[in-house]
Design a protein around this ligand. Structure first.
Ligand code: UD1
Length: 422
């Protein structure tokens, strides 16, 4: 397993290009299975989760070709012959569960393994299944698999997601666009990843009303055409680099290839720290504040503060000039990074789903352990401002969701070395 050795206390200066989004790409890849021919998707990041999903799709007989030089993926479902997504692959990545909606939509049948647990608490799929049943899909559970079948036209009318769920909205859309007579999803997710998917499906010929709102109505069509797409920039990578750029008082960074429209209220919250932010087209320029003002946040669905930036924000707040608190209302257990930051000298106390951060901590290098994707990157952020050397173990989590992370950060002044095979 690879690890990072970070020599810290280095300011970041220069330009970083943001990669294509993992969480927007996966639903677009699933949507390609619904098309009547090959789909080309550009701006696909080279990430472990993308390779995993490629393999999940290949099991069905679908042809998947990833041109890594061009970051371009071609998916051709013309020879799709199997409607199964096996446990060995689904357990590696929860989003493989999108195969349920995609296979049901195309073939009217799917056998998909239930996703396993996750490093940050229970992440159920009950809403995916109840929503499918409300659409009229027949669902049976057998030996850890969901076995689903659907008629040519499903007569179910509507389903309310409580809470709103990105994954369930995506799965229901994938099934409905070719199968539902008329199906309405209430309290649908409004996250940009869902909006991108809706627009892509629309381009393919799907009939969807209410895109970008909490009420999506789908009227099934008989066929979806193959279309070429450009994947969205990664909004979580953008937010992570914005935070990285604010954490050292001498840092000044420009992010390119971003989509500032996808950041919701995040830039406003970010400015409250005292960081200087200017946006020009797809570029975001950040100048770190001399002193970081403490800003408490609570995660919320889009356009609120994203749970995927919660760990990174807490890490920045260890450097603020006063106390703050960070609450996660979406995933209550997503705090495995807290004991690790404490090893670096942070003063933080966890109380249920809120972490109280004292602020003003000068961090010092130590060995810390990555436990999940966003927790891992928060340890890298901490290591970059810590005095001395920080060793971040098990960085394979990072490889699931950040393309060329150490390369990008090193080009703007970080000192991060990857050591393989530990
Ligand atoms: C997606 C993102 C993940 C992000 C999350 C929230 C991908 C691949 N992953 O995950 O990075 O952190 O959105 O923005 O895009 N819930 C249920 N029952 C269900 C489904 C969800 O109770 O059947 C709950 C969850 O426990 C959670 C909330 O709904 O409290 C939101 O989860 P959801 O939006 O579904 O997250 P994911 O789609 O898994």
């Amino acid at each position: 397993m690879d690890k990072f050795i970070i020599n810290g206390d280095t300011p970041l200066k220069g330009t970083i290009s943001v990669s294509g989004s993992k969480n927007a790409a996966l639903p677009l890849m699933a949507a390609s299975i619904l098309a009547d021919g090959p789909t080309k998707i550009t701006h696909i990041p080279k990430l472990k989760d993308i390779y995993t999903f490629n393999n999940v799709i290949r099991v069905t007989g679908t042809h998947v070709q990833f041109d890594e030089e061009k970051n371009e993926l071609t998916i051709d479902p013309s020879h799709l012959a199997h409607t199964e997504a096996p446990y060995e692959l689904v357990r590696k990545m929860r989003a493989s569960f999108y195969m349920l909606g995609a296979l049901l939509g195309r073939e009217g049948a799917a056998k998909v393994s239930m996703p396993g647990g996750c490093a940050w608490g229970p992440r159920p799929v009950d809403l995916h299944l109840k929503g499918m049943e409300a659409m009229g899909v027949n669902i049976e559970l057998e030996a850890g698999y969901v076995i689903a079948t659907a008629e040519r036209r499903l007569e179910g009318k509507s389903f309310t997601l409580e809470p709103s769920s990105v994954g369930a909205t995506i799965n229901l859309l994938l099934a409905a666009v070719l199968r539902a007579r008329e199906f309405t999803i209430h309290n649908a997710a409004k996250e940009p990843d869902v909006v991108y998917l809706c627009k892509a499906l629309q381009q393919m010929g799907a009939d969807i009303d209410g895109i970008g709102t909490g009420i999506l109505t789908v009227r099934g069509v008989d066929q979806l055409n193959s279309v070429d797409f450009r994947n969205a920039p990664d909004r979580i990578e953008t937010g992570t680099f914005m935070i990285a750029a604010a954490m050292h008082p001498e840092s000044e960074v420009t992010l390119t290839d971003t989509d500032p429209q996808d950041l919701g209220h995040f830039p406003d919250t970010f400015k409250k720290t005292g960081a200087k932010l200017s946006i020009e087209g797809d570029k975001i320029h950040i100048k770190a504040p001399d002193i970081i003002k403490p800003v408490s946040v609570k995660t919320a669905i889009y356009p609120g503060f994203p749970t995927d930036l919660q760990a990174q924000w807490s890490t920045m707040m260890t450097q603020a000039a006063g106390p703050s608190k960070v609450t996660d209302t979406i995933y209550f257990d997503r705090f495995s990074y807290v004991p690790e930051l404490k090893r670096l000298g942070a003063s933080m106390k966890l109380d249920k789903n809120t972490v109280h951060i004292s602020g003003g901590n000068s961090l010092g290098g130590a060995s810390v352990m990555s436990t999940d994707l966003r927790a891992s990157v928060s340890l890298v952020l901490a290591g970059m401002v810590a005095k001395g050397q920080t060793e971040v173990l098990r960085v394979y989590h990072l490889d699931r969701g950040y393309e060329d992370l150490e390369y990008k950060l090193n080009t703007v002044g970080a000192n991060i070395r990857r050591i393989g095979g530990e």
